[in-house]
Write a protein that binds this ligand. Structure first.
Ligand SMILES: [Zn+2]
Length: 259
């Protein structure tokens, strides 16, 4: 059996031993607790962040995975029951406290990543300051694996006849397929229904405006059921491939930035 890499399932003795034996990098994923349509659990981004980080840590070989930060930045989903959000200031403080604690554990390198697109801009903005404050104690790295694998995943789905609008960016075909692998018992395919699947929504020129509008009015402004995409027909085979594509892109990026 492969050694566990999830810190919250390990004892302090196991963690100390793993660091001594060369697992000196730790992956910190920012997830979310937010609505994911009527068919997926609110913890979807957290579960998928764990899954991808675990695969990437095993592929890289010298990393453990810190507890995924569960509620992060989900202001645009607050119109739906069960969504939790942190303020930007609190999120910054949580990231800093995670990094300082992990530095104290003896890790030499911390890789910050996000499994929820809504965190990316703030995480990217605050990371240089966190790195400066901990300079000399620990190296902080930033890997945006969602962006690194996005075009390849879209091309793969396109070859299967799945358009970008159906694949979606939130609780659509792609994310639902991944959840059928990561947490199949929590997926209710009988409630999977079409959300916003217009191709024009993904026009790069329109995205910045859509993001602002989603923060002003909430996601329900675009999609009443909270889905951006169309999850119908989602399946495990596609999910396994997408998770591996994300994990490989993630592991390669970690290898590039950690000595
Ligand atoms: Zn999600």
């Amino acid at each position: 059996m492969e050694a566990n890499v999830l810190m919250e399932e390990m004892s302090w003795v196991d963690i100390e031993e793993a660091i001594k034996n060369g697992k000196t990098t730790v992956i910190v994923v920012s997830g979310s607790i937010e609505q994911h349509g009527p068919h997926l659990p609110t913890g979807t981004d957290m579960f998928l962040g764990y899954d991808v980080a675990q695969r990437a840590a095993r592929q890289f070989g010298k990393a453990l995975v810190a507890p995924v930060i569960r509620p992060c930045l989900s202001e645009h989903h607050m119109g739906f029951a069960g969504s939790l959000t942190l303020s930007w200031e609190t999120y910054n403080d949580v990231l800093f406290d995670y990094c300082e604690s992990l530095s104290n554990c003896g890790f030499t390198d911390i890789v910050l990543a996000s499994s929820h697109g809504g965190n990316t801009a703030v995480m990217t903005a605050v990371t240089p300051d966190i790195a400066r404050k901990l300079y000399g104690k620990v190296n902080i790295h930033l890997v945006d694996y969602l962006s690194l694998c996005f075009e390849d995943e879209i091309a793969y789905l396109n070859d299967l006849g799945i358009a970008r609008g159906k694949a979606g960016v939130h609780a659509g075909y792609g994310e639902t397929s991944e959840m059928l692998v990561a947490k199949p018992h929590l997926v209710k395919m009988e409630f999977a229904e079409k959300g916003l699947d217009e191709e024009s929504f993904y026009d790069p020129q329109r995205i910045p405006r859509s993001q602002i509008e989603s923060f002003i009015h909430g996601i329900a402004y675009f999609s009443e059921n909270g889905i951006l995409g169309d999850p119908r027909g989602a399946n495990e085979e596609v999910g396994e491939k997408l998770l591996n594509m994300a994990a490989s892109a993630f592991a390669e990026a970690i290898s590039d930035c950690v000595d």
